[in-house]
Design a protein around this ligand. Structure first.
Ligand SMILES: Cc1cc2nc3c(=O)[nH]c(=O)nc-3n(C[C@H](O)[C@H](O)[C@H](O)COP(=O)(O)OP(=O)(O)OC[C@H]3O[C@@H](n4cnc5c(N)ncnc54)[C@H](O)[C@@H]3O)c2cc1C
Length: 400
């Protein structure tokens, strides 16, 4: 068994490292003391930096590395995509519209008409558009199939009414991929369809949900008699659940969480080596050393898990990769939380301070502390991931 990257992969990794290191030297301050998600969508300056980085990544062909050649990609192995995500996350770099590039575009490749592919894929590949994901509703999150937003066909268009919630980046997005009920007489996963909708369509209202740290990343969206041409429905009518399940399964190695955790961990290591408490270096404290070692084990284990997931995906082993992807999701997001929690704990009261000369490590740890509970819920909560692991990984019977 050889865990080393090949020479070509190593060279590619170096190319990504050199690029992101150089580019992030010019990043706005937000990118030094906030999570990338907040920096990207939470401030105008961060948003502009994200857009300019997106153009650069598109020009290099890095947004579409894993795409099939017929859509302008180069069919790069999953492992190369993984190396890219790992380096990008480590540098807390923006530039990737995960909703468009990683979720909606692969769904379009599988289910869209030729006309839709020709119209919708190139702007995503060129980094010209931003998507958001319109799935969750006030009473439909983990139980997504109970959603109530309706899209009723009237001649050559659908009329959409309903509400979505927690929609990340809706206030920045040009398009939304929406899951709505096209046949209200059918229940749960039957009678749903997927739509591509421009966010400036009349009848769409976006309202901010301020996160606990006051940053605006998430939103509610209200749809009131929104008219959407029939050509914007993706895939067959009433078969949206099949498309949505496919969308859920793209790109799920979870490597980004482990790379972000490693970056924070390295910053924390430097911190404990240079900080004294009660006249003694923190690094001499046995409890600190034990906890750091425990986190280090998590980071190394998580990285191996992410690479294993990518390897399973490469081999097309969808059944096991589903369990592995859930393992990576729950382990990665909870690990990031453990790093942030421990960091703020050993900083004492300074660990509560952000955006001030008194903030330690630029306040990046308190930011991680506040962001991590949301990450444990978004894209399927930890409990839901553990359910999937129980069913698919352990082979236990499934209960609804
Ligand atoms: C930061 C953040 C960003 C988000 N971004 C988006 C977005 O861009 N687009 C979008 O569509 N949605 C988004 N979401 C919504 C997200 O997908 C849902 O919040 C998530 O699926 C949980 O649904 P819920 O909030 O309705 O909680 P519920 O489903 O009501 O769950 C409440 C609690 O019950 C537990 N629970 C529920 N069912 C089970 C079960 N069967 N077994 C065990 N425990 C269970 C859950 O784990 C949770 O702890 C985001 C959420 C967050 C927090």
């Amino acid at each position: 068994m050889d865990f080393k990257l090949s020479e070509e992969q190593q060279a590619l990794k170096q190319e990504f490292e050199d690029f992101f290191k150089r580019e992030m030297e010019n990043a706005p301050l937000d990118y030094q003391n906030r999570s990338p998600l907040e920096a990207m969508y939470g401030s105008d300056e961060g948003w502009e930096f994200h857009k300019s980085m997106k153009k650069k990544l598109a020009e290099k062909g890095w947004l579409t590395m894993a795409w099939p050649k017929e859509y302008g990609g180069r069919e790069a192995p999953v492992i190369e995509q993984l190396i890219f995500s790992e380096v990008q996350s480590y540098y807390r770099a923006p530039g990737l519209d995960g909703f468009g590039v990683k979720m909606f575009a692969p769904t379009l490749m599988l289910y869209a008409t030729d006309e839709q592919k020709e119209r919708l894929l190139p702007p995503i590949a060129k980094g010209e558009v931003q998507y958001c994901q319109g799935w969750s509703e006030p009473n439909a999150g983990s139980d997504l199939a109970s959603l109530k937003t309706v899209a009723i066909k009237e001649g050559d268009h659908y009329v959409i009414n309903g509400q979505k919630v927690w929609t990340t980046a809706a206030h920045r997005a040009d398009h939304i991929f929406l899951l709505a009920r096209t046949n209200p007489s059918q229940k749960r996963s039957s009678g749903l369809s997927v739509f591509n909708i421009e966010m400036n369509t009349p009848g769409i209202e976006v309202r901010p949900i301020e996160y606990m740290n006051g940053v605006h990343i998430y939103n509610e969206i209200y749809f009131t008699d929104v008219k959407v041409p029939v050509e914007e429905r993706i895939g067959p009518e009433n078969e949206g659940w099949k498309l949505t399940r496919a969308t859920m399964n793209f790109e799920r190695s979870g490597v980004g969480s482990f790379a972000e955790a490693r970056r924070s961990f390295e910053e924390l290591l430097k911190y404990v080596q240079t900080t004294k408490r009660d006249g003694k270096a923190l690094i001499e404290n046995q409890i600190v050393r034990q906890k750091l070692a425990k986190l280090y084990i998590g980071i190394e284990t998580g990285r191996a898990l992410a690479y294993k997931t990518a390897w399973l995906q490469e081999k097309g082993s969808l059944t096991f990769s589903a369990a592995a992807a859930s393992e990576g999701k729950v382990f990665g997001t909870e690990l990031r939380q453990q790093v942030a929690n421990f960091a703020t704990e050993i900083m004492g009261l300074y660990g509560q301070v952000e955006h001030s000369k008194w903030a330690h490590l630029n306040g990046v740890m308190i930011d991680g502390y506040q962001m991590s509970p949301g990450s444990n819920i978004a894209a399927g909560s930890s409990e839901i991931q553990r359910n999937i692991i129980a069913w698919v990984g352990c082979g236990l019977p499934r209960f609804n």
